[in-house]
Write a protein that binds this ligand. Structure first.
Ligand code: SF4
Ligand code: SF4
Length: 371
């Protein structure tokens, strides 16, 4: 499938894609968290770009960071300091985990990518005042972009952007659901590449590419084989397509996830044609929370259990970047919550580079054989 290969190429080398966008004269605005209001950046005529951090040597970042920072934060700073992000015209930091907040301070003082914004979203997402506060913060961000780049972001621009993003998210969800119903249709690593490339590609072209891909996939024959135990990945980000391949080689298949590089990116639609800032705020407010936000003590457990049941999941793999405080704090309660629901789970902690293949295979195989 030619179109699928395009997604795989972009996911494998996002910087090359971003450099082309920059060469076309469009500012590229980078971000590290799925709470970033991409729609506002897109409505300003700019290109929102998810950054995943360098996977090379991160020593250049060490003098700025404590040893216990996650590899995403370390790789992010290393990539910037070593010139790997010179195509950026700005960066946006939503207020989320402590590591990202501290990275934001260090970034502001030590890097020079032009526009910089801290988007201080509320942490508790369970009151009407928080919902209004969220909208006010987004409106402030819109004004900051307008002022820095000397432009106007109209409500019409925002509504057009909302339509584009609804189309993109709707298609991504359809693709994921096709895969869940017919796991043989796409490999896990291809699916992961599609979602990650969608955070990088020109969003107007992406909207059409995803529809074309869906049409091609819709013509695919059901594999009829339910090979591998049905697993759900739960965690922060997964920028390692090899993880999916290793799971498949170990007798499993990923049929749903709760990841920032997965369903947390595409779940939730925005109302079209009303006050656009409120619509964007409502989605961020109502979307399934990550552990850096709070809705209720059991919100994540309920959500993950419901999704596991909906997708016939036999086991959950918690996939965390090491030293990720918010997810590590959530883990004991989530594991117990799933246990009570009769859903077994295992924990895999990884870094920017994966542990030896044999070690991972043995651990996942032991889990899938037990299911
Ligand atoms: S886990 Fe939460 S804080 Fe971390 S990148 Fe995802 S949305 Fe942002
Ligand atoms: S992996 Fe965890 S600690 Fe690192 S940036 Fe994401 S939420 Fe924060």
């Amino acid at each position: 499938m030619e179109i699928l290969n395009e997604f795989i190429e972009v996911a494998a080398n996002p910087a090359a894609y971003a450099a082309k966008i920059k060469a076309s004269g469009r500012p590229v605005i980078g971000y590290y968290c799925s709470y970033t209001p991409e729609e506002i950046i897109h409505a300003a005529g700019m290109h929102p770009m998810r950054l995943f951090g360098s996977k090379g040597d991160t020593g250049i970042a060490d003098r700025h960071l404590q040893a216990y920072c996650c590899s995403l934060v370390r790789g992010a700073l290393a990539e910037s300091l070593s010139g790997g992000l010179d195509y950026l015209s700005g960066t946006v930091f939503p207020h989320t985990c402590d590591s990202i907040q501290r990275l934001s301070d260090i970034w502001r003082l030590n890097t020079s990518h032009g526009f910089f914004a801290d988007v201080v979203l509320p942490v508790k997402l369970n009151t009407e005042s928080a919902r209004r506060y969220m909208a006010d913060v987004l409106d402030k961000f819109r004004k900051e972009l307008e002022s820095y780049f000397h432009l106007t972001i109209s409500d019409e621009d925002l509504n057009a952007s909302i339509r584009t993003y609804n189309a993109i998210r709707g298609s991504l969800k359809e693709i994921w659901e096709l895969k869940s119903h017919n796991p043989g249709l796409l490999s896990g690593s291809d699916l992961s590449s599609i979602v990650r490339a969608s955070m990088v590609m020109d969003r107007e072209a992406l909207k059409d590419d995803l529809r074309s891909l869906l049409e091609e996939l819709g013509e695919g024959k059901p594999s009829g084989e339910a090979k591998g135990k049905r697993l759900m990945l739960v965690g922060n980000v997964c920028d390692h397509p090899d993880v999916y391949t290793l799971i498949e080689r170990s007798g499993g298949q990923v049929v749903w996830d709760d990841l920032c590089t997965g369903s947390r990116y595409f779940e939730g639609m925005m109302e079209e044609g009303s006050d656009p800032i409120s619509s964007i705020a409502d989605r961020l407010f109502e979307r399934q929370v990550c552990p850096a936000k709070h809705k209720s003590p059991t919100a994540r457990g309920e959500h993950i259990t419901a999704k596991a049941r909906e997708h016939g999941v036999q086991g959950v793999v918690f996939l965390y970047l090491k030293f990720c405080d918010p997810h590590s704090f959530d883990y004991p309660y989530l594991r117990e919550y799933l246990e009570r629901a009769g859903i077994p789970s295992m924990l895999l902690e990884i870094e920017d580079r994966l542990p030896p293949e044999g070690q991972l295979l043995t651990r996942i195989e032991t889990f899938t054989h037990m299911l």
